[in-house]
Design a binder for this molecule. Structure first.
Ligand code: TEU
Length: 515
């Protein structure tokens, strides 16, 4: 008698999921004040579920004076009135779960708002019990900032002098975003409590903002090459210890909450190292996932994307880590804008949703949204990122489902790119078909990925699981090219449901099944 074969463990939910990022100010306007809110999102949950994604990442909705539109939190455990109330958030969590969607929140652990009661207290005196919760230092001998770090936003040092106490506080972003001192055990504990607050309310996890920054070396040494930004250099062992502590908080919950980290480091293996070195009993685990931004930096070019695809899969094998893939988010020009045509954006969707990775979509890409043009007097973001944060047009006619006056202008051709407009509807249909195909085909989610050597402007890869196999090919060029593959086009940027004729049109991407 043969031994019953051990059933392989199913992959964790966050490896099989497609995430959908919502920038709350820009998604949907429930109360008609021109700023998106939780009521608007609740109304659109059926739309999101029907799209075929599995989970939401909601950019910050916590109480904030909005100097960085919510990435400056003054209360981690409440909702800013511009977005609604805690009761609305509870309703959103329930609504998502009722529709089979998971919901993850954006946790901003590196810095608070200057309005956070912890910082307000820290500012009162050098002896305040909260003084050590932030990074305070005496001036350099010349009276200037303690080191040569520059802030991410504005042309300024990462330090602001508090005249009253004669000390500087550190802020890697705006002066209104003071950095927390994670080396203080009370900070660590208080921040763990903010996670528990939301986990107890049923959220399924978090996106952790600039997570590589939390464990800064207390020596705060100068950058060796002169004044500059420290965001992409801070990579300290202390952060790994802190992440193991965070992971224990998450692992104490039965519903398997996850955390994806924004790790702003680019050397091979650096990002993967933030997933931890996991032992047989799960000890040593850190983040569940880390963002990979390499695809967001590649221009529409076969060689570039060939390299990115290989690098992401290569790192996954070398460092035994599950990858992520993303083309757009609230910090960068949208990929439709970067690539310059609807056809390319549609092909990019085929590429994104056939990777062996957890994809992160940015709301609006399913409608083929470019960036909005922002007149100088309408600029509101200190980081110059308003264009990719334009409100989503929900109807064909102005005001596109929003109040009369929105916080940012709409994109050009907004009506055409609404779900009922010509471009919006066809792109939405493509995303729905791709997402449903991915949901129905384990080979596209977790199958092996192998590159096809096709050369020229064509990049191809194969996804295989058992006997199921798909070939995916993308033409990055602007002329039709013959491709030596046979099969049926199960899905594609320009056509589907037909036999492949061996010629890939300009900017076309197809998913083929072997006949
Ligand atoms: O972003 C960190 C980050 O890398 C960006 O600030 C980037 O440097 C900038 O967008 C350049 O265009 C995270 C959030 O995603 C961002 O929205 C916040 O502003 C920032 O952290 C501070 O919390």
């Amino acid at each position: 008698m043969s031994e019953p074969s051990a059933k392989p463990m199913p992959p964790p939910w966050w490896q099989e999921a497609v995430f959908y990022q919502i920038y709350p100010r820009s998604f949907a306007d429930g109360n008609g004040d021109g700023v998106g809110d939780l009521a608007g999102i609740i109304d659109r949950v059926p739309y999101i579920a029907e799209l075929g994604v599995d989970a939401i990442w909601l950019s910050p909705v916590f109480t904030s004076p909005m100097h960085d539109f919510g990435y400056d939190v003054s209360d981690y455990c409440d909702i800013d009135p511009v977005f609604g109330s805690l009761a609305d958030m509870d309703r959103l969590i329930a609504e998502c779960h009722d529709h089979g969607l998971r919901i993850t929140l954006d946790w901003v652990p590196n810095h608070t708002s200057i309005d956070h009661p912890w910082f307000v207290e820290s500012l009162t005196s050098r002896d305040s019990p909260k003084r050590k919760w932030y990074v305070w230092r005496d001036p350099a001998p010349d009276g200037g900032p303690p080191n040569n770090w520059r802030a991410e936003f504005g042309d300024m040092p990462a330090w602001t002098l508090d005249e009253a106490s004669g000390q500087y506080y550190l802020h890697l972003f705006l002066p209104e975003q003071p950095d927390l001192n994670w080396h203080h055990p009370d900070v660590e504990e208080a921040m763990h409590d903010t996670l528990r607050f939301w986990l107890d309310r049923g959220v399924d996890g978090f996106r952790a903002d600039v997570i590589n920054l939390i464990g800064k070396d207390p020596g705060l040494a100068d950058l060796p090459d002169g004044p500059g930004k420290a965001l992409t250099t801070i990579d300290e062992p202390a952060t790994h210890r802190m992440l193991r502590g965070i992971r224990k908080v998450l692992d104490a919950y039965d519903h398997k909450p996850m955390m994806v980290g924004e790790v702003c480091l680019y050397r091979p293996g650096q990002t993967a190292s933030y997933l931890g070195v996991v032992g047989p009993d799960g000890e040593g685990a850190e983040l569940h996932l880390a963002f990979d931004f390499r695809a967001t930096h590649a221009r529409w070019d076969a060689d570039r994307f060939g390299e990115v695809i290989d690098a992401i899969q290569g790192d996954s094998v070398e460092f035994d880590s599950w990858p992520t893939w993303t083309l757009s988010n609230h910090d960068r020009r949208r990929h439709r804008q970067r690539y310059g045509s609807d056809g390319r954006a549609r092909s990019a969707a085929v590429m994104l949703l056939t990777q062996r990775a957890t994809p992160y979509l940015y709301a609006g890409e399913e409608l083929c949204l470019p960036d909005a043009t922002i007149p100088p007097d309408a600029v509101v973001d200190p980081g110059g990122r308003d264009g990719c944060r334009a409100p989503i047009p929900w109807t064909e006619d102005a005001p596109f489902g929003w109040g009369e006056s929105t916080w940012l202008p709409f994109v050009a051709d907004a009506g055409l790119r609404s779900p009922d407009g010509v471009i919006g509807a066809s792109t939405l249909a493509l995303y729905r078909r791709l997402l449903h195909l991915r949901r129905n085909e384990p080979a596209l989610r977790r199958g092996d990925q192998r590159r096809l050597e096709l050369g020229g402007p064509v990049v191809g890869w194969t996804r295989t699981l058992g006997a199921n196999e798909f070939d995916i090919v993308v033409n990055f060029g602007d002329i039709a090219v013959p491709v030596d593959l046979v099969g049926d086009i199960v899905e594609g940027s320009h056509r589907s449901g037909v036999a492949f004729d061996g010629v890939l049109q300009p900017d076309e991407a197809v998913i083929l099944t072997r006949p």
